[in-house]
Design a protein around this ligand. Structure first.
Ligand code: TRP
Length: 72
């Protein structure tokens, strides 16, 4: 559940896309917020600290399960 594992890619289709990481475990809260501007890409993994990710704004999310588009 750390380096070497599967990763996912988020590409912003507009300025100010927010990528928020949520904690793993019984306490589910945001622990990280990343702002992406149009065309910027974030490559990330799920880790021992991060079990879920919320994306706000227009973006493309690629995972090993496929690709999905957010709607603004
Ligand atoms: N320090 C965080 C962690 O190791 C960094 C991180 C990994 C992260 N994946 C993320 C932050 C996804 C936001 C979204 O878990």
């Amino acid at each position: 559940m750390s380096a070497g594992q599967d990763f996912f890619v988020i590409k912003a289709k507009e300025d100010g896309v927010n990528v928020m990481g949520l904690t793993r475990g019984t306490d589910t809260r945001f622990h990280h917020s990343e702002k992406l501007d149009k065309g910027e890409v974030m490559v990330a993994q799920f880790t021992e600290h991060t079990s879920a990710v919320k994306v706000r704004g227009k973006a493309i999310i690629q995972t090993s399960h496929g690709e999905i588009d957010t709607e603004a």
